[in-house]
Design a protein around this ligand. Structure first.
Ligand code: DAK
Length: 262
């Protein structure tokens, strides 16, 4: 399938591989317009449905992961335009329905909707050049794709307020200290490190990977007691898989497991 605003590529040398999606509107610093978000959702869903894919990596350019929602397009819309078209919910939230792990590999700007898109992914790996921010307040709006909710959960109220109210940017080191980012690496190593982590994930049993993702997201999105109960049910259910028998038998017999992702 060919796309106008993104590039897709399959990477890895194992039986299960990584689907890479690269945002590709370089002249606009990957500003996220409706067409791009439709394509991103379609590409994510295609990888999610592909049995040969175990992990998805979402990345941008050296200069920008994404500099936000497309301000030029938004500047023409009024209340009824965004309300009636269900702006954001309609296509941005496709990524939240993806069941395989999604890693954001961020270099350069991740601002506004770009920062929100990174936060919708399961992990953020950052180049030392990465800059995160929610500068919507400068445009007379507020974060509208989950930023006011996910940012405080990731970095705490103090920093979330600071970023959303002053519009300042946070560099990669600060983002890692604050808990938004899992790893910071030199820009030249970003894709290699991210693809290596993705490959490691691909080698694990896919059902347990998917259930671990679902459980961690419960912790992030719901109350503790419900999350613990959900995790316990998922944990019990993994004893019904062939991969649990294989993984434990391999450990006991000191050999490498051969997962069949069942
Ligand atoms: N949209 C459209 N074009 C953008 C853009 C954006 N967000 N960001 C950059 N560009 C374009 C610039 O206009 C410029 O285009 P030309 O002039 O060359 O045609 C080109 O990309 C290069 O940008 P600069 O020349 O500005 O590059 P610099 O290196 O000087 O500056 C910058 C880089 C990232 C600091 C600067 O471009 C910048 O401040 N960009 C805007 C960042 C921003 O404000 N982002 C937040 C966007 S608002 C909602 C839900 C969600 C949202 C809204 C509503 N609802 C539910 C209703 C989300 C909103 C946002 O994300």
């Amino acid at each position: 399938m060919s796309y106008e605003f993104i590039l897709t590529d399959v990477r890895g040398d194992g039986a299960i591989k990584t689907g890479v999606i690269t945002l590709n509107r370089p002249k606009q610093l990957n500003a996220l317009n409706d067409g791009l978000m439709d394509e991103l959702g379609a590409a994510m869903q295609a990888y999610d449905a592909d049995e040969a894919i175990g992990c998805i990596v979402l990345t941008g350019s050296e200069k920008a992961f994404a500099a936000g929602a497309d301000i030029g397009a938004m500047s023409r819309w009024d209340y009824m335009d965004v309300y009636k078209s269900d702006y954001i919910t309609r296509n941005w939230e496709t990524i939240r329905r993806i069941r395989k792990p999604v890693i954001a590999a961020v270099a350069g700007f991740a601002l506004g909707g770009g920062c929100e898109l990174a936060m919708m992914c399961d992990m953020v790996f950052a180049a030392e050049t990465a800059k995160f921010g929610q500068p919507e307040i400068k445009l007379g709006i507020i974060p509208g794709a989950g930023g006011t909710q996910r940012l405080p959960r990731a970095v705490g109220k103090a920093k979330a307020m600071d970023l959303a109210l002053t519009a300042r940017m946070m560099d990669a080191a600060e983002a890692e200290r604050a808990g938004l980012v899992s790893r910071v690496v030199p820009a030249a190593e970003l894709m290699a490190v991210t693809l290596a982590a993705a490959q490691t994930i691909c080698e694990h049993s896919l059902p347990s990977v998917m259930m671990a993702k679902e459980c961690v997201n419960r912790a992030y999105e719901g109350p503790l007691a419900e999350g613990i109960q959900f995790e316990r049910r998922m944990f019990h259910s993994l004893f019904a898989t062939e991969d649990q028998k294989e993984g434990m038998d391999a450990f006991v017999n000191k050999r490498k497991p051969v997962f069949r992702h069942r």
